[in-house]
Design a protein around this ligand. Structure first.
Ligand SMILES: CCCCCCCCCC(=O)SCCNC(=O)CCNC(=O)[C@H](O)C(C)(C)COP(=O)(O)OP(=O)(O)OC[C@H]1O[C@@H](n2cnc3c(N)ncnc32)[C@H](O)[C@@H]1OP(=O)(O)O
Length: 201
């Protein structure tokens, strides 16, 4: 798999949509605002209900090309004593940013994720996450997200900007560990191999 070199995609530019990028358009079949989105994979660290140590995030469709979710932080999420680990917070934001792609009905993976940590987050906090798509250019999906402490209007603790790239289902079946790919195909008999990972809201 070849991709752009560092000189092709300077750090700041990668998250700035080109002038010819378009406004995102909510897919006509996107789940109605308020609908809870199902997990795309039950072992996903971000949203999988069967992941023993995962974040168990449940994203909810918003108006437009956007979602929200809540993350109840726990002791297992510590970095510094009593404070959430930055990687855990980035994972949560990556999950809701990824869920936004389903409002476009696009299957896409994270190409770049940039996080700004503005406030320390205690591990007994509930983080209110929101993410929305800002632009689309061919296979590239540009999005932004926030995490606020305690309520959707609470103090802004973390924000993120991201670039996702749309991929074919073969991305997962080709690159995924064979035993996990086979397990998904076994668990969903009758679903064609290239559909077996589809998000199922
Ligand atoms: C079923 C649903 C599943 C949903 C899962 C969501 C899980 C949560 C989100 C994740 O955690 S995903 C996991 C973490 N991410 C990855 O593992 C992705 C690893 N990276 C890759 O596999 C490849 O780099 C990638 C597929 C993203 C791109 O490879 P390609 O070979 O397809 O890229 P290509 O070189 O064709 O570039 C595609 C487009 O992106 C552009 N591009 C790529 N990197 C860029 C960059 N850094 N800046 C700007 N543009 C960039 C590139 O110029 C091009 O634009 P155009 O289509 O307009 O020509």
């Amino acid at each position: 798999m070849s991709g752009p070199t560092a000189s092709d995609a300077p750090a700041g530019a990668a998250l700035t949509p080109p002038p010819e990028a378009e406004e995102p358009v909510r897919h006509p079949d996107a789940p109605a605002p308020g609908t809870l989105l199902g997990s795309h994979y039950d072992q996903c660290f971000g949203c999988g209900p069967r992941h023993p140590h995962g974040l168990h995030l449940v994203s909810r469709a918003s108006d437009g090309v956007a979602v929200t979710a809540e993350l109840r932080l726990q002791g297992d999420h510590q970095g510094a004593p009593g404070l959430a680990h930055g990687g855990v917070l980035a994972s949560a934001l990556d999950e809701v940013l990824g869920a936004v792609n389903w409002m476009l009905r696009a299957v896409a993976v994270t190409r770049r994720l940039e996080t700004d940590y503005l406030l320390p987050v205690p591990v007994d906090a509930v983080l209110h996450l929101s993410a929305r798509c800002t632009a689309v250019h061919r296979r590239k999906i540009y999005s932004t997200a926030e995490a606020r402490i305690g309520s959707p209007q609470g103090p802004l603790a973390v924000r993120a900007d991201a670039l996702y790239v749309e991929v074919p289902m073969a991305h997962f079946t080709t690159h995924g560990r064979a035993e996990d790919v086979e397990a998904v195909l076994r668990d969903r008999p009758g679903i064609a191999a290239d559909r077996a990972f589809e998000v199922n809201p």
